[in-house]
Design a protein around this ligand. Structure first.
Ligand code: AR6
Length: 196
């Protein structure tokens, strides 16, 4: 019942330093670099990544594109999966009371995780590390984003054997704590309380 837990890991650190097959980049629609994790990945991958991405024609919010890892190949990383998370606050109909899953941004963030996992599966990626997409400059509430991230990864791993391993790469211990609360056997082994 909790087999997925054995395939998930939470780490604190710089995503470009991890020993994984693929890393996910929280990019913008241009795919031409920026700050945050995007800046760190472009610096580590070198100018070949920017040259390559100029040929891609950008990427719409909620979608993902896979590229080689350029200089990161020396560290054993084979692919970079670029995805464009939503900017929190762009749903024109939202008033702030929407439960999880009912905002445009929830849907777009879900599609980011789904798209990255599908690309990873289709390229035979064995292990993939995700940053906390949209929770920096793009302002998505951290806990809500983590619920979407963990929920999607869990559902995907339940039906797919590739990737074998998914790493949530947090940039601070505080962020990791949010993920740990969700990636816990206790949470999912508790009986569901109906009527509360
Ligand atoms: N390794 C892992 N996580 C990191 C790293 C790193 N090296 N650096 C930052 N984070 P953000 P967004 C965390 O702002 O909100 C860029 O300019 C960070 O603490 O990088 O999706 C793009 O070009 C946070 O938890 O991405 C876009 O314009 C998470 O990564 C825009 O920012 C995401 O923060 C995208 O904004």
């Amino acid at each position: 019942m909790n087999e997925w837990l054995a395939r998930v890991e939470i780490v604190v650190g710089d995503i470009t330093q991890l020993d994984v097959d693929a890393i996910v980049n929280a990019a913008n629609e241009s795919l031409l670099g920026g700050g945050g994790v995007d800046g760190a990945i472009h610096r580590a991958a070198g100018p070949g990544l920017l040259d390559h991405n100029r040929t891609l024609g950008g990427c719409p919010t909620g979608q993902a594109k896979i590229t080689p890892s350029f200089d990161l190949a020396e560290r054993g990383i084979r692919y970079i999966v670029h995805t464009v998370g939503p900017v929190w606050g762009t749903d024109p109909r939202a008033d702030g009371t929407e439960p999880l899953g009912y905002r445009l941004e929830d849907n777009q963030l879900s599609r980011c995780y789904q798209g990255c996992l599908e690309l990873a599966r289709d390229h035979g990626v064995t292990s993939i590390a995700f940053p906390a997409i949209s929770t920096g400059v793009y302002g998505f509430p951290k806990e809500r984003a983590a619920q979407i991230a963990v929920g999607h990864v869990r559902a995907f791993l339940a039906r797919e054997s590739t990737p074998e391993r998914v790493i949530f790469c947090c940039f601070s211990e505080a962020d990791a704590k949010v993920y740990r609360a969700l990636v816990s056997p206790v949470d999912y082994e508790s009986p569901i309380q109906i009527g509360e």
